[in-house]
Design a binder for this molecule. Structure first.
Ligand code: NAD
Ligand code: DAU
Length: 339
């Protein structure tokens, strides 16, 4: 079995590569990644010499390069993680989001059709459903919740999802889609809430909370997401969407306070800054379908997962310090100074 995993040098993709090489020692995993600012080859260091692993530096929009790779590898399954993934960057500059997230998806699906892959899996997000109000805790996103996006990022992911379902109906491409809630864990790029707050707290720098910090996200440990995708590509029904989430809703401000507590840092570091434009209030996944159909349940409780994650950042300072000492500093200054 050969699986092409795009975006495997990023946060979730790399965790998925590790999971698959461990869980299926007889599979060949071919990672395709353009190595944008968010891709990091050092993340994959531990598997580079694994004979069942191949890394290809390639843009998913590069039709010729992708065709050549499919011709060489003759993949059975494609799992498309590759994307521009940060909402704030999409607000600053939407175009690259449309290019990678929509055009890149179409290139990957065209190659999948041409070479007759048995499954094309699209890694999507709960953000395609828009947001829920804070005063309706009874409401959750199900697979039939209408698409209703807020940011250029979520719109580009929704566009890709529609295209994936169109390729299923029009060409009969055997597709599945997963829509997961917020992930956390090792190798999470420091521009995102949890690693950003850990890195800033460790440096005694201000912790920039958008708006009032009341926004709610539904956090899932990254390994649980990887296990869900593993189940979907093997047992999921073609043409179906599966929501993935662990019923773990938390307000941003409570996450930041918890990080302060775990690191022994004062809450006076918390600084309220101007809100994100179009900021989604609450995400909350109903995972009943994947539980009932595929038997998936999250295994890591947030209380344990956040401790493991903080420990990982303490033990792997070089990984994230190399990132934040480079070009990232320009991004940080652009995004946070004078905010
Ligand atoms: P990430 O930004 O950490 O990693 C993205 C990876 O894709 C990077 O390695 C990058 O180099 C690569 N990439 C970007 N453009 C590319 C291109 N044109 N060609 C090839 N590679 C390219 O993202 P992540 O947080 O790991 O998210 C992975 C996927 O999961 C995305 O599709 C995202 O929408 C989805 N998702 C993320 C979350 C989350 O909480 N992080 C939750 C649900 C769904
Ligand atoms: O829900 C799934 C999505 O989760 C994925 O599709 C996205 O790829 C992923 O980036 C994530 O999107 P969010 O916008 O929810 O994640 P982010 O870490 O950027 O922000 C989480 C919350 O924290 C959000 O309400 C904004 C807030 N925030 C974020 C940052 C970076 C702050 O208050 N301060 C910050 O500095």
């Amino acid at each position: 079995m050969t699986i092409i995993v795009t975006g495997g040098a990023g946060f979730i993709g790399s965790n998925f590569v590790f999971h698959m090489l461990g869980a299926h020692p007889d599979y060949r995993i071919v990672c395709v990644d353009k190595l944008t600012y968010a891709g990091n080859l050092s993340t994959l260091e531990s598997v580079m010499d694994n004979p069942n692993f191949r890394f290809c530096k390639l843009d998913i929009c590069d039709r010729e390069g992708i065709d050549k790779l499919f011709d060489e590898e003759k993949p059975d399954i494609v799992v498309n993680f590759a994307a521009e993934s940060h909402v704030d960057r999409s607000i600053e500059n939407p175009e690259i989001f449309l290019q990678t997230n929509i055009i890149g998806t179409s290139v990957m699906m065209d190659a999948s059709r041409k070479y007759g892959v048995k499954r094309y899996h699209q890694v999507s997000t709960d953000e395609v459903y828009g947001d829920l109000p804070l005063d309706r805790p009874d409401l959750f996103f199900t697979e039939t919740t209408p698409i209703h996006t807020s940011s250029p990022y979520s719109s580009s992911k929704a566009g890709a999802d529609l295209l994936v379902l169109a390729y299923y109906r029009t060409y009969g491409l055997p597709v599945t889609i997963s829509r997961c809630s917020n992930n956390y864990g090792p190798y999470h790029f420091p521009e995102k809430l949890i690693p950003l707050m850990i890195a800033n707290a460790l440096a005694d720098k201000p912790l920039p909370v958008y708006g009032k910090g009341e926004n709610v996200r539904d956090w899932l440990y990254v390994e649980d997401h990887c296990k869900a995708i593993d189940l979907i590509i093997h047992n999921g029904k073609v043409g179906e969407v599966y929501n993935v989430g662990g019923h773990n809703e938390m307000k941003n401000i409570d996450i930041v306070k918890l990080i302060c507590k775990e690191l022994g840092k004062p809450e006076t570091l918390i600084t309220y800054v101007a809100d994100r434009k179009g900021h989604d209030m609450r995400y909350a996944i109903d995972p009943t379908k994947i539980h009932n159909e595929l038997g998936w349940l999250p295994e890591t409780k947030f209380a344990d997962g956040i401790k493991k994650t903080i420990k990982w950042y303490l033990d792997n300072e070089k990984w994230w310090k190399d990132i934040i000492s480079g070009d990232y500093q320009n991004y940080y200054d652009r995004m946070y100074s004078n905010r």
